[in-house]
Design a protein around this ligand. Sequence first.
Ligand code: SR1
Ligand code: MG
Length: 400
Amino acid sequence: MGRFEQYFLMDVEDVKQYVITKTQFFDHEDLTVSEIGDGNLNYVFRIEDHTGKSIILKHSGTVARISDEFQLSADRVIREGKLLQIHGTYVPQLVPEVYLIDEVMKCVIMEDLKDYQVLRTALQEGVIVNDLGKHLGTYLAETLIRTSDFVLKPKDKKALQKEMINPELCEISEDLVYTEPFYDHFNRNEISERLLPYVERIIYSDETLKDAVAKAKLKFLNQAQSLIHGDLHSGSVFVNRDALKVIDPEFGFFGPAGYDVGNVLAHLFFAYAHAKVHGNITQAEHIQSQIDAVIETFKQQAFTILENHTHDVALHHRSLFSSYIREILQDSYVICGLELIRRIVGLAKVSDITSLDEVSRLQVEVKLLLFAKQLIKHPEDAFVYPSIISIYEQLEGRAA
Ligand code: SR1
Ligand code: MG
């Protein structure tokens, strides 16, 4: 049996040999390989030759990098590669090109986004990303509506659902997003001493909030609306001044469409709060306008796709299209609240918040918790304001 015909966890040297042995991307063997992954689960290698030509190889182990409490099948990277290809058929300009999927070695080779940077970093550095909201809104509308029952034929959708079933990674989200931030039953929450009394008052002791979270969790468990990305935070988005690519859909499965929209909104809120603390008003206004643009673009493009591509005459009703989009947005506001809370209370934080000084961090965390709670309990309120930011800003003075 050849060297790469049975799975093992590859290191930098193995990856170099793998690329030389199994692919023909490079004309020679003088390659530099570096591990550049900073995610919680996988390994990401950049392979480059002396001319600057490069590719990315993403590789899964059977244990998550963040903690060996998470034992996972290495097949997740295969699903991720396939999902990138599926979403790529709808929005080729918004995802990296996949060159190879190796089901044995559990790796995917894809386009290197060398000229891009992580959205979270870009927004913290004050970069103005042109059409950020428009690109994200397009990605959301195209991927979520085109994989819904309106556009996919029933048998095709069910076949894809079977292929994309993702119980292990769904369980991580079920626990880390919907349960632990509210009950801490695995003792994995990470809360500073200063924040703890607020979490106890605002989150742990609010039974009405937990009722609303229970309803949202049930939707995550049983609502197979669309083939979602499943982890669409600003570390899963690469940008330069004019373009955007979404990576890392390994948490993807057929779930509630609002899950992706809500994640995008939550992480733009983290960026907004970060910019405000640093007094970068231009950046805060840029982010606010992009939040509004995500929602507007999603609404408009979702409607256009529904109107032009709904195959089932029994579903082709404009009033249904409008109510369907509204329902997705309402779910998105709930998810936005859930994502804000889990990143403040639970495991897996975001640097927009952890990089702040202690006093500002506490103020922002409390304000975001109050905002998140309002979104979860009263998502319909978000339709009343011209911008969802108004709800957050109205909480000024109620924080810490
Ligand atoms: C155990 S993984 C922790 C988190 O990292 C991923 O990006 C997902 O958001 C997951 O919940
Ligand atoms: Mg990820």
